[in-house]
Ligand binder design. Structure first.
Ligand SMILES: [Zn+2]
Length: 298
């Protein structure tokens, strides 16, 4: 999906202008330049799949003093005005003035940017925003648009507040890692009898860049997508079974039908969507095609 074109400085202005008391507002506005600079560094790192190199932004601005004296002086001035933790004030900027304040229009725009769907699992409704780099560790990125991804509550909860320690130690970023879907890496294995079951798994091809391969694996495991997909397949397979019971197909015809459905699901929902993977798995299952579809799916 396209990355948001919202300007990080303009969004920061919207989310800090109504901060109260005025000392806190002044303190936050004094940090604008540092936030914009952090947003630019984030964008460069994300484009190179290198968010783990952003450790210099960790726990800033309250953490270790900034390297440059001019920046350190700005932080000191802001800290004096805020009379407390700037990190907490930055996090409150998201909670109090983006989720529930002047920045709500920005929040809603970002939340709806994946057709109302979660950009992490592609399945659930986007009822929240996920901080790709967690705000607890990276307060400067609390309201930076390219760090905010439409997500369902389940994925947001599963992902937790983890920050990457190396390039592959990161879920896929919907705004920057779209090329990962140039490769086919999600598969499903259908097994039976006696009880039919589906095992989803990630198997990156040999020509897939290693960082993308590692991230695809991490994404699948960290978000427990196996659990999510398995909770969805029952209705899909039951309706397919009912349809085949009404209009039975010879094994060769059924294989062709499943192949065509897999191609349609890949075109509409993505080649690494669970539905495309499921139908590819059904095509490859001799047991299913030769009559396994008649087994009731429980
Ligand atoms: Zn999700």
């Amino acid at each position: 999906m396209d990355k948001p074109t919202l300007d990080s400085g303009a969004v920061y202005d919207i989310c800090t202008a109504t901060a109260r008391p005025s000392g806190v507002c002044k303190a936050l506005q004094g940090l604008k330049e540092i936030v914009v600079k952090a947003a630019a560094a984030y964008e460069v790192a994300a484009a190179q799949q290198a968010q783990h190199t952003l450790s210099h932004l960790k726990h800033q601005p309250d953490g270790e003093p900034a390297a440059k004296p001019a920046e350190a002086a700005k932080v000191a001035k802001a800290a004096k005005a805020a009379k407390g933790s700037l990190n907490e004030q930055l996090k409150k900027t998201y909670v109090n003035r983006m989720v529930g304040g002047a920045g709500r229009a920005v929040y809603d725009k970002l939340r709806g940017s994946c057709h109302g769907l979660c950009a992490l699992c592609g399945h659930g409704a986007a009822d929240t925003l996920d901080h790709q780099m967690p705000k607890d560790s990276f307060p400067l990125l609390s309201v930076v648009p390219v760090n905010l991804v439409p997500a369902c509550s389940r994925c947001n909860h599963q992902k937790r507040e983890q920050a990457p320690t190396y390039a592959g130690d990161q879920t896929l970023h919907p705004y920057f890692d779209g090329d990962v879907h140039d490769h086919l890496w999600l598969f499903a294995r259908i097994t039976g009898p006696p009880k039919p079951s589906v095992i989803f798994y990630v198997d990156p091809p040999a020509d897939m860049p290693p960082t993308f391969a590692a991230r695809a694996r991490h994404h699948f495991a960290a978000l427990d997508l196996s659990g999510l997909y398995n909770s969805q397949i029952g209705n899909e397979l039951r309706s397919l079974g009912m349809s085949l019971a009404k209009h039975p197909l010879l094994p060769a015809e059924l294989r062709g039908h499943l192949q065509e459905t897999a191609e349609i699901k890949a075109a509409v929902e993505g080649r690494n969507s669970w539905k495309a993977a499921l139908y590819r798995g059904l095509v490859d299952s001799t047991w299913y095609v030769d009559g396994g579809w008649e087994e009731p799916w429980k």
